[in-house]
Design a protein around this ligand. Structure first.
Ligand SMILES: *Cc1c(COP(=O)(O)O)cnc(C)c1O
Length: 388
């Protein structure tokens, strides 16, 4: 019944874990879910007030423009200037998206012909690989290894593959590894892309969730980046707006035009009231972001201490709301799925097995920081009790 592209998608690996989680919940087990990467904190009140107001205006009830409201794109340009020292022309270097996931997935259709190669990091946010498959194209896995600090080793990419590759996905600060990079790494990426004529699609939704003085650079802040790529960003994680579906892409105008062409034929833009509220988020006080970051930092420190004293090996990340911990070599546990199952059954703690983000994710599990400090403490106590 289904198109081949559907059966070509990788199998869903979390089915068994989901099933056991739901069974446990039904039985009344008190589950602590550190699996999902979805902020538990509310959207700031001034942003909620803004959409309530905008929703009442009949002008916002009609079809929005495909590229997004000029005022929203101007707010994005001003925010990028202020936050990332990047100058953008709001007219053709900013595109409004219905969440960045939408733009990432549609990019595959804008740039890949059947059989084309996309360079996809592994482990990674699954959309890069799956959108490539849905476009009948070939995801070529680029390993992110611990030895290389979870950055791709561009030199080691097969020269024939690099020559053929049409696009490359990247994501720093990284989900799931929480790895961060400096601007110098993006310079290497730009040179690589220029050498091999590759379009770079950088995904930066965690750009504001950074700790300990670290600032996440924009890919677009590097010289010549605008010649080779675009960057996706989103209000989802920065302003706790995952449910609102509002994001954007910035950078090379020709690349953005390709993405816009696909979108013009698939969707009809983001609800204007959401864009108006987005403007409020981007241009209003950024104290809400600071207090968010402080909440995640506190949770991070509690979880790091707890996991380490339970005997787990985990690095302290400078960004994102994830911890990437090694699967311990105890009790005959040999895979990330087994360890996740063990934590679920013995401690009622849900984590995401690394294998779900790609083969190179095996040997790790991802803990997210989207539950309260109290619950994280409870999770730590339970894990310590497991005697790992
Ligand atoms: C959360 C997330 C997104 C999706 O963000 P939306 O704007 O809500 O679609 C994209 N990329 C990565 C790496 C993410 O973790």
């Amino acid at each position: 019944m289904y198109a081949t592209r559907i059966s070509s998608l990788p199998p869903y690996l979390f089915a068994e874990i989901d099933e056991r989680k739901n069974e446990a919940k039904k039985k009344g087990v008190d589950i602590i879910d550190l699996g999902v990467g979805d902020p538990d904190l509310p959207t700031p009140q001034h942003v909620v007030d803004a959409i309530c107001h905008a929703a009442k205006d009949p002008l916002n009830h009609r079809y929005p423009s495909y590229e997004g409201m000029r005022s929203f794109r101007e707010a994005v340009a001003a925010w990028y200037k202020q936050r990332k020292q990047v100058s953008l022309d709001a007219e053709d270097e900013v595109l409004t998206l219905i969440g960045s996931k939408e733009g990432i997935a549609h990019s595959a259709f804008a740039f890949l012909d059947p059989g084309d190669i996309a360079l996809v990091p592994d482990p990674a946010y699954p959309v890069y690989k799956n959108a490539t498959i849905l476009a009948n194209s070939i995801p070529h896995s680029v390993p992110l290894t611990e030895e290389n600090e979870f950055k791709p080793d561009l030199e080691s990419i097969d020269s024939e593959v690099a020559r053929k590759a049409k696009i490359m996905f990247l994501n720093y600060p990284n989900n799931p590894t929480a790895a961060t990079v400096e601007k110098s790494f993006f310079k290497e990426v730009v040179d690589f892309a220029l050498d091999h004529d590759i379009i770079v699609l950088h995904d930066n939704p965690y750009s504001e969730l950074t700790f300990d003085g670290y600032e996440a650079p924009s890919f677009m802040a590097v010289d010549a980046a605008k010649e080779v790529g675009i960057e996706f960003n989103s209000l989802s994680k920065t302003y706790n707006m995952t449910g609102w579906r509002i994001g954007f892409a910035v950078g090379n105008s020709e690349i953005l035009r390709g993405l816009r062409l696909v979108k013009t034929n698939v969707d009809s833009g983001a609800f204007q009231a959401v864009q108006v509220a987005g403007i409020t988020a981007l241009t209003g006080s950024q104290e809400c972001v600071k207090s968010n970051v402080e909440v995640y930092r506190e949770r991070r420190d509690i979880l790091i201490d707890g996991l380490r004293s339970a005997g787990l090996e985990v690095k302290k990340p400078k960004a994102t709301f994830y911890l990437w911990a090694k699967v311990p070599k105890v009790r005959k546990i040999s895979s990330s799925i087994q360890f996740s199952m063990f934590l679920l059954e013995r401690a009622g703690v849900v984590v995401t097995p690394g294998i779900g983000f790609g083969e190179e994710g095996e040997g790790f599990v991802r803990f997210s920081l989207c539950v309260s400090a109290e619950r994280i403490k409870e999770a730590c106590e339970r894990i310590k009790g497991l005697d790992l």
